[in-house]
Design a protein around this ligand. Sequence first.
Ligand code: ADP
Length: 182
Amino acid sequence: MPNSLNPRHAVYAGSFDPVSLGHQDIITRGARVFERLTVGVGINPEKSPLFTPQERMDLLQRVLKPFPNVEVACFEGLAVNFVRRCGAAVMLRGLRTLTDIEAEFTMTLANRALAHDIETVFLMASEKYSHISSSLIKQVAQLGDDSTNEPLESFVPHDVIASVRAKFQRFEPGHKPMGFGG
Ligand code: ADP
């Protein structure tokens, strides 16, 4: 079969547990650079995510609404294999910190060894979002003041706030829900 990976199609893979303003920013910018963008929600059996894969996809759908060239799907196994199954030639990643660079460098070399025809493209995180991670969001949601959305507004897209808060509402203060992880 001829290799027909599309160089104008990128896949942005991650756990998105939940989607953050930083992810939304990478998606917005990626949608401008590529003709087609697939956001891939990774299912990792070794992790205990807060949101199920379906919930993570539903939250992403709310964020993707304005972008006709962006779709969401979930996958198990290696991200490069998912990129290939999508027919995309590019893996899109976001870079936040120096620590990210080290980990991403290793991962990129491994992915290149696995799939030399798939290129990794990095977008630098925007200054105002570079501190945001999904684990930080979970901490803010769990430990923050329950009576206001304000703290979460700096971290997650507006349409996602209620769902994040709902995950923590049934727990007593100080009680850590199962699956709360880094
Ligand atoms: P997290 O590290 O927040 O759990 P993911 O594992 O879902 O996020 O990350 C998926 C991709 O998104 C990775 O390339 C990661 O570097 C990037 N990313 C995560 N948070 C941000 C952010 N705040 N700004 C830019 N890129 C980000």
